[in-house]
Design a protein around this ligand. Structure first.
Ligand SMILES: C[S@@+](CC[C@H](N)C(=O)[O-])C[C@H]1O[C@@H](n2cnc3c(N)ncnc32)[C@H](O)[C@@H]1O
Length: 201
């Protein structure tokens, strides 16, 4: 049986349309965020899935790179964005792919860290810190679910543990409840922004 750390696990879910995390739209808070134009800023979307947000970032003036390691997710995303943006969607592993360090102004994620087994969270934080420029923003939707830390996906953060994890490199600058969550995440999802500090190892 493939595990959530393997692309086969996710590919199978896309192939069988078993995707309860798929919003099928641009989330409301992100839509509001994108009212401010990107002016060529570089954004990375890891674990992009079907990637509804890719086109929205591009239309708001961002230079977008999206990555997912499930071939069928990438196929769906490329089809959705069309030929003009298809080559911005990389088939690859977020942790392994040769992405340029210190180069992104924004990293946007939805339902990505909660898809990773909790023991991968320090690697997730370190990779985000490596890829973002100083003062860059890690923005996205974060799932909290105290009682079932080890059950998932989705794997929720217990309150406080995300702050502890990210504080090595990031400052939390926004934390709001989410009003358009899917049933899978309802009442347990937060729209959060974290700014890359100058902290290094
Ligand atoms: C729960 S889905 C979320 C997809 C999308 N962000 C959304 O909101 O619909 C998690 C996605 O992360 C991808 N993923 C998981 N681990 C990955 C990794 N190490 N590198 C790249 N993609 C990964 C999976 O293939 C899957 O598409």
């Amino acid at each position: 049986m493939p595990t959530p750390s393997q692309p086969e696990f996710w590919n199978k879910r896309y192939l069988s349309d078993d995707t309860p995390w798929d919003l099928g739209a641009i989330p409301t808070d992100l839509r509001a965020f994108l009212k401010k134009k990107g002016k060529g800023a570089k954004v990375l979307i890891p674990g992009c899935g079907t990637g509804y947000e890719i086109k929205a970032f591009a239309e708001a003036g961002y230079e977008v790179t999206a990555i997912d390691f499930a071939p069928f997710a990438v196929e769906r995303a490329r089809r959705l964005v069309g030929p003009a943006l298809a080559d911005r969607v990389i088939l690859g592993d977020f942790f392994q792919h040769d992405l340029p360090g210190d180069s992104f102004d924004v990293i946007y994620e939805r339902s990505f860290v909660c898809s990773l087994p909790p023991d991968r969270r320090p690697a997730y934080r370190d990779r985000m810190a490596q890829l973002l420029k100083y003062r860059g923003l890690l923005i996205g939707y974060y799932y909290y679910n105290k009682p079932s830390l080890l059950e998932g996906p989705p794997y929720g953060f217990a309150w406080g543990t995300a702050d502890e994890l990210f504080s090595r490199y990031f400052l939390l600058v926004k934390d709001e409840p989410v009003n358009d969550s899917l049933p899978l995440f309802a009442g347990r999802e937060r729209w959060q922004h974290r700014r890359r500090t100058s902290f290094q190892d």
